[in-house]
Every structure is written in structure tokens, then in C-alpha cells.
Design a protein around this ligand. Structure first.
Ligand SMILES: [Zn+2]
Length: 522
């Protein structure tokens, strides 16, 4: 039986990156894009090129180096944006320009200050201009779900005539409910002339927690592309989570394939889902909530006695998805000193890391240090070490050379740090409410930097009392958020490293005097 594919359009690098504090370096974007290609997404929206030189370069590098998916560039409906997008994606084998303009009365009146005739004209011109860069042009009427149905039909008819090949229907503000969204898709499908030659796409936000439900109702009503992000990252409450969309379609094939000659499927290699989720979480600093569907730490944890008993007798009693299907726990190989350099390099390759000689040297040394402290090193630990070592830090302006923390009963903890910088090594000591607080105060003194601490979290990468701890710190200065990470078998050291990492990111961005990037909501 033939299948019908749902096109998975991943916008983690564009919509996802717009989540406050999620900003990624060019190398980090490339790393995520490579993994998205391995995951099997059909389209990668790589960035909003006109917004900054860094956005342009990131999109261009993804277009040049990532093989497989179509690479899309986002552009507002004007020549400058479209030209920037067109140039950025020029080297991709398969390339798409995604252009958009708001169509709801409230957006046209207050944001664009244009009437519907003017908006329609701009949309048509944008699509025609985009066609001069590529045949594959996607059009989105921004805030579609609060737009007039008759105007939506009119503008979509016009852009199809102008050459649009994909029509995306965004619920920009996350307002719509599944039943209503399904009805909009169905109405457009039966009322827009020529729409049968195009792909209808969904783009739903999660402000009411409906992003995935809306997207799937859209699919059920004829949409054949879903825009989504890893871990549901995105503006405000986020976008539709890729992993939830894909696993729902797969797990409920009875629903999505029922009474159809062609059951719906995706090109996603679901065994890569967990790894992709972890990578995006690590690089953006956005921790996945434990109860998150599909990829949360508790998603497959059965602790209630009755459940465990059921699972032991027959897994399907309480498990609708196997952990193996998302690439979790299938081969939990243990490494140690005995693994040796060759074995270590082999394992890195199997995990999908392509390391340079120098990176191998650094990560192997770090692996040995950790193998000494922690008898059993798991694959998750190796991935964390590699990501920590090769994560491109802007520049190590400050380095934590030494840390000592003293905890005494009935006395405030004190910390001493030595911080290395161009100016040499500076030592500082401080007291705090707790050991981490004391270490942070000492770091502030030694670096002379005092950003506001927004949040701090620590998690164990794997279980056991000698677990590797990964700390994530968010700091804020002048309205911008910076995320730092640190890894160690000692949680206070991991926390101190994370703080120094965040400060390095803050200082290097401030040094360059980078203007805040222009962001668009869609
Ligand atoms: Zn969006």
C-alpha cells in the first residue's frame, strides 16, 4: 500500500531560536542542522537572514554544508528581505524562500498600517520576486487564524497564481482551538482555486497548549506539511513539538491511516529523536521538563507498583511507545579507562560526532579524568563531555583555574577562586548563603562582572552517586539573557564553570557591540 508523506518542516533554528535566551552561535546552528538532516526532516528553516550578518552567515553555512533537506530562508514581503534570503540559501541543492505578510484586521491596521488591497499586492509581488531565486516558494498569511476567511481565500488564490507552491496557515498568537483550526484548513482546501496543486502547511503556537493538537487536526483536514521545532522550542509558549507530532502520527497510524487508501507517514528516523532533543537542549540551555511528552526524563519511567508489575508481565499494558523507538536505552554501553583511545574514538563516531584531531585529544583527556572519578562512563556522559569540550565558546576570556569551597557547621560557606584572563591570574574569596552562592560571589569579584543571575539548575547526566553533573545558568544584563553551561563530577565545580561560561558569552557579545537582532513573529 502506498503511503502519503507528511512533510516535516523544522523551524528550531528560526522560530525556536527566537525563544528568549536561546540564541545559538553559527557553529551550534550548523551542528543542530546536521543532526536534523540525520533525523530526516524534509525542510530546515535556517534563519531570518536579513536580521543580522550572523543570521545570514548561519543560513548560508547550513545551505552549503547540510545535505539532504530543503533549506528555507524566511523573508518579510519586501525586496530587501527576499534578496537576503535568496542569497543566503543560494548554495543549497534544494532551496526555498518562505515569505509572509500579516492578513488579520488587527495586524494590518496597527502593525502594517495598510489596507487589504495593499497587503494583497505586496504578497503577490513578494512571491513573484522570490520566484526569481527559486521555484520553491512558501507563503504565509501571518495571524491567519484571526483573518477574514474571504480575504484569506482571496490572497491565497492570488499568491498561487503568482507561483507559491506551499501555503502555510499560521496560528501566530496561539489562539485557535483544534476544531476551529481543522475547519479553517478544510474551508481553504475546498474554496481556494488551484490549492490542490499546492501543499497546505500548519504553523501553530502553544499559548493555550494546543500547538500539537491544532497541527494534527490540520493534517486530518488536508494539511500535508507541519512546521514544528525540537522540544517545542519557540516564541513565548513555543511551537508544535516535532517529536510529539511524529510519534502521534506513528503511534496512531490507525487514526491517521484509517479509511485512507494511503496511510500518513513521515520521513523521520524516530530512533534519532532523543539524541536530537538532548542536543538542542544542551546547546540552547533550555532544559526539557521531566514530564514532557516523548522526550522528558519521566516519559518512560514507571514507578508506581501496579504499573511496574504490568510492564514486567507485558510492556504494552502501560507503554504505548517503546523507549527504543525514540533511540533511548537501546544500547547502553559502559565505557571506562580500559576502553582506550581507539575504542573511545570509535564510540564518538557511533554517537555521530565528527571530531578533529585536536578535539579528540581534548575530549579524550577529559574522558580519562572523568573515568578516574566515575567507574562507569555511559554514552550520555561521553556526549556531554564532547559537547562541553567542543561547544564553541566565543572566546575563553575568563577561565576558572582553581576553586576551593569551605563548608563549616554554623558558619557561612566561603569560596576562593583563581580566574585566568589576559591580565593574568586574579584570586578572590567570598562568603555566601550556600557554597554555589559563595563561589559566584568570588567569581564576580575576580572578573569584575556582576550580571543578574536569572536562574540556575543542575542535573545528573546519568544515575549513580558519582554521576556527572551538568549545570545551566541564565544571567541577564541590559535586557539580554545569556546561558552558560558547565560539566563536572562535582556539582559546585560544574556550577562555577557554568557561571564563568555565561559571563564569557556576555562579555564577548558586549565587546562586539552586536545590536539586538531584529525578530519577527510568525
Ligand atoms: Zn512561529
Amino acid at each position: 500500500m502506498a503511503e502519503e508523506k507528511i512533510i516535516i518542516f523544522d523551524t528550531t533554528l528560526r522560530d525556536g531560536e527566537q525563544a528568549p535566551g536561546a540564541s545559538l552561535s553559527i557553529t551550534e546552528k550548523l551542528e543542530i542542522a546536521q543532526q536534523l538532516a540525520i533525523l530526516g526532516v524534509d525542510v530546515i528553516e535556517a534563519g531570518f537572514s536579513v536580521s543580522s550578518p550572523a543570521q545570514f552567515e548561519a543560513t548560508a553555512r547550513v545551505a552549503e554544508q547540510v545535505i539532504g533537506p530543503t533549506i528555507a530562508g524566511l523573508a518579510r514581503a519586501n525586496e530587501k528581505d527576499i534578496e537576503a534570503a535568496g542569497k543566503a540559501i543560494a548554495k543549497a541543492k534544494k532551496r526555498r524562500i518562505h515569505t509572509f505578510i500579516a492578513t488579520s484586521p488587527i495586524h494590518m491596521k496597527y502593525k502594517l498600517k495598510k489596507n487589504s488591497d495593499e497587503v494583497l499586492k505586496m504578497a503577490v509581488e513578494a512571491v513573484k520576486y522570490a520566484k526569481t531565486f527559486t521555484n520553491d516558494v512558501e507563503f504565509s498569511p501571518e495571524d491567519a487564524c484571526r483573518s477574514d476567511m474571504s480575504f484569506l481565500i482571496e490572497i491565497l488564490t492570488a499568491v498561487i497564481e503568482a507561483g507559491a507552491t506551499t501555503l502555510n496557515i499560521p496560528d501566530t498568537v496561539g489562539y485557535i482551538l483544534p476544531y476551529e483550526y481543522g475547519r479553517i484548513i478544510a474551508q481553504l482546501k475546498s474554496n481556494v482555486p488551484g490549492i490542490d496543486k499546492c501543499i497546505i502547511s500548519t504553523h501553530c503556537h502553544n499559548d493555550l497548549g494546543m500547538a500539537v493538537a491544532n497541527s494534527l487536526t490540520g493534517v486530518r483536514n488536508g494539511a500535508r506539511q507541519v512546521e514544528c521545532t525540537i522540544n517545542g522550542l519557540g516564541e513565548r509558549a513555543g511551537n508544535a513539538a516535532l517529536e510529539e507530532i511524529v510519534m502521534a502520527i506513528q503511534t496512531r497510524a490507525d487514526f491517521f491511516g484509517k479509511d485512507k487508501a494511503k496511510p500518513l507517514t513521515t520521513n523521520i528516523n524516530t530512533k534519532q529523536i532523543y539524541k536530537t532533543s538532548q542536543l538542542v537542549s544542551r546547546l540552547t540551555g533550555f532544559v526539557v521538563q521531566p514530564n514532557k511528552a516523548i522526550v522528558g526524563a519521566n516519559a518512560f519511567a514507571h514507578e508506581a507498583g501496579v504499573h511496574v508489575d504490568g510492564i514486567l508481565k507485558e510492556r504494552t499494558t502501560y507503554e504505548i511507545i517503546t523507549p527504543e523507538s525514540i533511540g533511548l536505552g537501546s544500547s547502553r554501553m559502559v565505557l571506562g579507562r580500559h576502553t582506550g583511545r581507539h575504542g573511545f574514538v570509535d564510540r564518538c563516531k557511533q554517537l555521530g560526532f565528527k571530531l578533529t584531531e585536536q578535539e579528540i585529544e581534548h575530549t579524550y583527556q577529559r574522558f580519562l579524568e572523568i573515568a578516574d572519578k566515575k567507574k562507569e562512563v555511559f554514552e550520555e556522559d561521553v556526549a556531554t563531555i564532547i559537547n562541553d569540550e567542543i561547544r564553541v565558546v566565543v572566546e575563553k576570556i575568563y577561565e576558572l583555574e582553581y576553586l576551593r569551597v569551605l563548608i563549616e557547621t554554623e558558619k557561612a560557606p566561603t569560596a576562593t577562586v583563581k580566574i585566568k584572563s589576559k591580565e593574568g591570574i586574579k584570586e578572590a574569596s567570598a562568603e555566601g548563603d550556600g557554597p554555589v552562592d559563595a563561589a559566584y560571589e568570588a567569581i564576580r569579584e575576580a572578573t569584575g562582572q556582576s550580571p543578574k543571575l536569572e536562574s540556575y539548575s543542575i542535573k545528573a547526566v546519568t544515575g549513580g552517586k558519582e554521576a556527572l553533573g551538568e549545570a545551566t545558568v541564565r544571567i541577564k544584563q541590559n535586557g539580554r539573557t545569556y546561558i552558560g553551561r558547565g560539566v563536572s563530577t562535582d556539582i559546585i565545580e560544574a556550577s562555577a564553570k557554568a557561571y564563568v561560561d555565561a559571563i564569557n558569552r556576555m562579555v564577548s557579545i558586549n565587546d562586539k557591540g552586536t545590536e539586538p537582532e531584529l525578530k519577527v513573529e510568525l
